[in-house]
Design a protein around this ligand. Structure first.
Ligand SMILES: [Zn+2]
Ligand SMILES: [Zn+2]
Length: 138
């Protein structure tokens, strides 16, 4: 658990037991998780605690929320090993219409988009819908 503690500390999050477990859970999962997913992975913790934990992570920039059009928020760990700001780290998200999973395509950054004069970009969300590699092979 030592290395996870380091990551949490780097994000100014006090490494409590539930937070360490939450990080591990999200890291070992390679698709974005809904609160329901998280809840079924933690039978000993109540929903409120889990929700608060994920919100703390989000506030500290350790996870980001993905809106994939299903109407349910999904969460994924940020792939930020360096100290880049959120705006530089924007990557594509892919939502599979077959298995309904959403993944972070962290190696695929959102290309620079020019805006009309006077518009200032603060956040960007680019979601690609289609069939993922796993479903495509079936
Ligand atoms: Zn799929
Ligand atoms: Zn992502």
């Amino acid at each position: 658990m030592g290395e996870i503690e380091e990551v949490l500390k780097k994000h100014h999050i006090r490494p409590t037991a539930i937070r360490l477990l939450m990080y591990k859970y999200l890291r070992d999962r390679n698709v974005a998780a809904t609160l329901n997913d998280i809840e079924s992975g933690f039978d000993k913790s109540d929903r409120t605690t889990l929700y608060r934990t994920i919100k703390t992570f989000e506030k500290k920039g350790l996870v980001h929320q993905i809106n994939d059009g299903t109407g349910i928020a999904k969460y994924a760990l940020d792939d930020k090993t360096t100290g880049t700001t959120a705006l530089q780290d924007l990557h594509l998200h892919f939502h599979c219409i077959k298995c309904n999973e959403t993944v972070c395509l962290t190696d695929h950054k959102i290309p620079h988009i020019s805006l009309p004069k006077g518009y200032l970009s603060k956040d960007m969300n680019l979601l690609v819908k289609g069939v993922c590699d796993k479903c495509n092979l079936k």
